[in-house]
Write a protein that binds this ligand. Structure first.
Ligand code: HEC
Length: 157
């Protein structure tokens, strides 16, 4: 029994101590002239879908959820946002060279068509982020209208 209580105590101490290791949850400033809205034609409905399902990890407008304050979940969330922004940041789209923009447009359609994005763990916590077939279709129609390169969803349909 004593071992039991010691174990509980240690688990609690560890649980509390790791709360002191908090990576920064920052939202870098947004330059309005560099956002995807500023430099690319974007239908309001597609824009709303991207905002609803992608912005938390692919823009500087992240809404940090309450659980992003609790270690060790916070470490995972911060790392996801960091990686997501590094790959694709709608707030810094204007700074991408034209060929990267084109590649990204194709990649966006591919990722949503394959249901790789938004990440499934994110959808558990944000059910409203789940994309319908109609949402996916609108996203791909939009990316194809800007970038006529062959794209995944066209190949699949
Ligand atoms: C919970 C965070 C999260 C959400 C929400 C999310 N992504 Fe991602 N996304 C990531 C991460 C992390 C990566 C990097 C993948 C990796 O390193 O494995 C990524 C990678 C990508 C890539 C690949 C970029 C490349 O370099 O090839 C695309 C495209 C993408 N996401 C599009 C989207 C779109 C479109 C949405 C919304 C429909 C979305 N993502 C929603 C986290 C997210």
């Amino acid at each position: 029994m004593q071992v039991f209580w010691k174990t509980i105590l240690i688990v609690c101490l560890v649980g509390v101590s790791i709360q002191f290791i908090q990576p920064e949850r920052s939202n870098p400033p947004v330059n309005p002239s560099q956002t995807i809205h500023a430099v690319q034609h974007l239908d309001p409905s597609v824009s709303a879908t991207l905002a609803r399902s992608c912005n938390d990890c692919h823009s500087n407008l992240t809404v940090w959820p309450w659980y992003s304050r609790i270690a060790p979940v916070s470490w995972l969330v911060v790392s996801d946002v960091r990686k997501g922004r590094a790959d694709l940041n709608f707030s810094e789209w204007g700074a991408y060279p034209a060929d990267k923009q084109k590649r990204m447009l194709a990649e966006i359609c591919k990722q949503v068509s394959e249901k790789e994005m938004p990440e499934s763990t994110y959808i558990w916590m944000h059910p409203e982020a789940k994309l319908s077939d109609a949402d996916i279709h609108s996203i791909c129609t939009w990316t194809q209208s800007l970038n006529p390169l062959p794209q995944q969803s066209a190949a699949q349909e």
